[in-house]
Ligand binder design. Structure first.
Ligand code: NAD
Length: 492
């Protein structure tokens, strides 16, 4: 792993201005964003915000690219560009991983085993689709007594506005860019203001790979300014958003004015259901990963831990021991397994939930405080003896806080698991095959994992329902979300 000093030194060589129409574009007089390292609380970089004019140029450039070289490019050539970009990301995976540690605060191991392999995998997966986006011929009885030849053409949906959150900025950007570019869409990506650097590096690599000007534009900036300008822009054809339900609601209602298709990946309060017949060792390890990975700043975090009463006390002990084993510290220290939260606001929000847990009568069994050091850290925290009416069991915390609730039998497990306005992911721990498949059907979630945490692979569709959003990314669903079908009928 790189040293912190080397990683910080490299930040100075990164682009720090919007990438629009194939050029690094410095809007005159535009405000800047200070990108702060959540571990040192020091400024890492200053990035120029894309103002409304820059967003407008980016959308116009995207449209021109569709009318020009990018729009005319065949699928096989697009696929080659995507393979090339995937290789460039893989070649610089260490740099991306260090950036994720610097700007997000995640321990070095995580981007190396999750974010970067997932990002590279997404580009490779969709590179393979780019030359296979065929329509098909559909037989019909004909037209006015004459035979017809009817067929469909799968076309790119057009200009895609993509907006991403800070928790996994490289991976989530890749989930949006790879299918859209494979489908032949042009993209305007608005990365998160807290962590824009990896998206700017992605743009630099796309430029090196030879994507035509305007096919990919990256417009860093705040949500209320750059994000809003992009969502309200009338030149886009689709919005793909990952972030909070509040912003998702704004995106959906604004898009609805123009009947624009949207994909919304919002938050979650995902259940992890542990049955007495489970391999409790494996379950404790998996459940701890589900609640503490990436400091709990994961949309699919398994933060509601439902445990069958027969093993409840034993499992709580095992899980508390796992929490005690978590090493909270600098992401650049080799032994660290949990880093810092993204900013002081998020840390304070998480600590307010810890207070609510105490106030509402849950029993603290691990953590609950802040380590005595600089940085936006919160200890891995677990509450037991909770009920579904408690705030910590209902609301997304987006921090390392797990809430443990006891249950008796399959029906109560399902009732508790589904008692949430979210519907993103769920995990079941059991050795009983029939129970595993039965619960997979009964749980209201976009993705169910059995004896593991949260399926993550570019081939597998990903998304939720209710407060967790709508639509699916990844797999073939990612292509459907970025294309539209045209029907052609020729009367013969
Ligand atoms: P957020 O909604 O505040 O921000 C997400 C993105 O939207 C950022 O780029 C932000 O700048 C932008 N934004 C904010 N206000 C905007 C506006 N008015 N118009 C346009 N864009 C705007 O969310 P966050 O705090 O960055 O991320 C945390 C949330 O994201 C959590 O609730 C989490 O569950 C969710 N999330 C979901 C997934 C998923 O796949 N379902 C993945 C990661 C995060």
């Amino acid at each position: 792993m790189t040293s912190r000093a080397n990683a910080e030194e490299r930040v100075g060589h990164l682009p720090s201005v919007p990438y629009v129409d194939g050029r690094w574009h410095e809007p005159a007089g535009a405000p800047t964003i200070d990108v702060v390292d959540p571990v040192t609380e020091r400024s890492l970089a200053t990035v120029t915000e894309a103002d409304a004019d820059a967003v407008d140029r980016a959308v116009a450039a995207a449209r021109r690219s569709l009318d020009g070289e990018w729009g005319r490019m065949d699928g096989a050539t697009r696929g080659q560009l995507l393979f090339d970009l995937a290789q460039r990301i893989e070649d610089r995976a260490e740099e991306f991983a260090d950036l994720e540690s610097l700007e997000v605060g995640k321990p070095g191991i995580e981007p190396r085993v999750i974010d970067l392999p997932q990002a590279v995998g997404a580009f490779r997966h969709y590179a393979g689709w780019a030359d296979k986006l065929a329509g098909h011929a559909i037989p019909t009885p004909g037209y006015a007594g004459r035979p017809t030849h009817s067929y469909t053409i799968r076309e790119p949906v057009g200009v895609v506005a993509a907006i991403t959150p800070w928790n996994s900025p490289t991976m989530i950007a890749s989930w949006k860019l790879a299918p859209a570019l494979a489908a032949g869409c042009a993209v305007v990506l608005k990365p998160p203001e807290d962590a824009p650097l990896t998206s700017l590096l992605l743009a630099a690599l796309a430029e090196e790979a030879g994507f035509p000007a305007g096919a990919l534009n990256v417009v860093p900036g705040r949500g209320e300014t750059t994000g809003r300008a992009l969502v309200e822009h009338r030149g886009t054809d689709k919005i793909s958003f990952t972030g909070s339900p509040e912003t998702g609601r704004f995106v959906a209602t604004t898009a609805a004015q123009r009947f624009l298709p949207v994909t919304l990946e919002l938050g979650g309060k995902s259940p992890q259901v542990v049955f007495a017949d489970a391999d409790l060792d494996a379950a404790a390890q998996g459940v701890a990963l589900g609640v503490f990975a990436n400091q709990g700043e994961v949309c699919a975090a398994g933060s509601r831990i439902l445990v069958e009463r027969a093993v409840h006390d034993e499992f709580v002990e095992r899980l508390a021991a796992r929490a005690a084993d978590v090493v909270v510290g600098d992401p650049f220290d080799a032994g660290t397994t949990m880093g810092a939260l993204i900013n002081a606001r998020q840390r304070d929000r998480v600590l307010r939930y810890v207070e609510a847990g105490h106030r509402e009568g849950a029993r603290l069994v691990a953590g609950g405080g802040r380590p005595d050091r600089s940085g936006y850290f919160v200890e891995p925290t677990l509450f037991a003896d909770a009920s579904t009416t408690m705030t910590i069991a209902r609301e997304e915390i987006f921090g390392p806080v797990g809430t443990i609730i006891g249950f008796e039998g399959d029906d109560e497990a399902v009732a508790l698991a589904n008692d949430t306005p979210y519907g993103l992911a769920a995990t079941v721990w059991t050795r009983d095959l029939t129970r595993a498949h039965t619960l997979a059907r009964r749980l209201r979630a976009g993705a169910v994992a059995v004896n593991g945490w949260s399926p993550l692979d570019p081939r597998l569709p990903w998304g939720g329902s209710g407060l967790s959003g709508q639509g699916r990314e990844l797999g073939w669903a990612g292509i459907e979300a970025t294309t539209t079908l045209k029907t052609v009928t020729v009367v013969l």
